[in-house]
Design a protein around this ligand. Structure first.
Ligand code: PEP
Length: 260
């Protein structure tokens, strides 16, 4: 089964409700009809901040744009100030959630264990999870990229079944490439993506997990470098930060993905 490309925008802590709705209008105008609807077209996802979700969902309604959140708590409700549950996200209408982004690991104490708990909550609530992994520059320089990615994946995916993996997308995001303009080369990215696919063959007895799980690349992807990255056999799309806030750039990546 061919894996459908997924182009996902991570808006991070940018765009309030009014600006977010305007950005969706602008993206829709840029991509036009047909660019991400049907055929060989990519799936397109945007992940705004929590308070922008409703406005973006309303503006995206009837279009091919899917909407996701940027985090989820593992509990259904309770004394967890500042957190959002899976039930709340479902009620709001989102279909996807980003989990374990390196900024959450770096600044908010996210660990492989909490990523796993959040992932289980996402699956329980019927959400598709975009699980992020990736090494720091020091880890790459030390030659431990694969070991770090393997540790993150084994931790994140502990107790997740082959069936559960149908709701999981992996985003390989080298930390040194996020927001830095320093993109991984096509070969560097492909090498890690192939490693992840190979790892899935050993982690899951069901071969469809390795064959069907989508692995996105993230880290300074833009309209210029997207073509080379998306042409790699094990790269199934992109998780895009900065360029997803610029309608023309995001649309250009979507158009590139349509041809990939
Ligand atoms: C990200 O935040 O997931 C990301 C890849 O950001 P950027 O595209 O800006 O590097």
């Amino acid at each position: 089964m061919a894996r459908q490309i997924l182009i996902a925008g991570n808006w991070k802590m940018n765009k309030g409700a009014a600006d977010g709705a305007q950005l969706i209008k602008d993206i829709k105008a840029q991509i036009g009809c047909g660019c991400c609807c049907g055929g060989k077209s990519p799936e397109v996802l945007v992940c705004p901040p929590f308070t922008t979700l409703s406005a973006v969902l309303a503006e995206a309604k009837g279009s091919c744009l899917q909407v996701g959140a940027q985090n989820i708590h593992w509990a259904e409700q309770g004394a967890f100030t500042g957190e959002i549950s899976g039930a709340m996200l479902k009620e709001c209408g989102v279909t996807h959630v980003i989990i374990g982004h390196s900024e959450r690991r770096q600044y908010f104490g996210e660990t492989d264990a909490t990523v796993n708990q959040r992932l289980k909550a996402a699956l329980k609530n019927g959400l598709t999870a975009v699980v992020c992994v990736g090494e720091t520059l020091a880890e790459r320089m030390a030659g431990t990229t694969n070991a770090v990615v393997e540790r993150q994946l084994r931790g994140a995916l502990a107790d997740i079944s082959a069936d559960g993996m149908k709701q999981v997308v992996i985003a390989y995001e080298p930390v040194w490439a996020i927001g830095t303009g320093q993109v991984a080369s096509d070969e560097q990215a492909q090498e890690v993506h192939a490693f992840i696919r190979g790892l899935f063959k050993t982690m899951f007895s069901c071969p469809s997990v390795a064959d069907n799980t989508r692995i996105l690349y993230g880290g300074s992807m833009n309209a210029t470098n997207a073509g080379g990255l998306l042409a790699q056999p094990d790269i199934d799309g992109g998780l895009i930060g900065g360029a997803s806030l610029k309608p023309a750039d995001f649309a250009a990546i979507i158009k590139t993905a349509t041809k990939a």
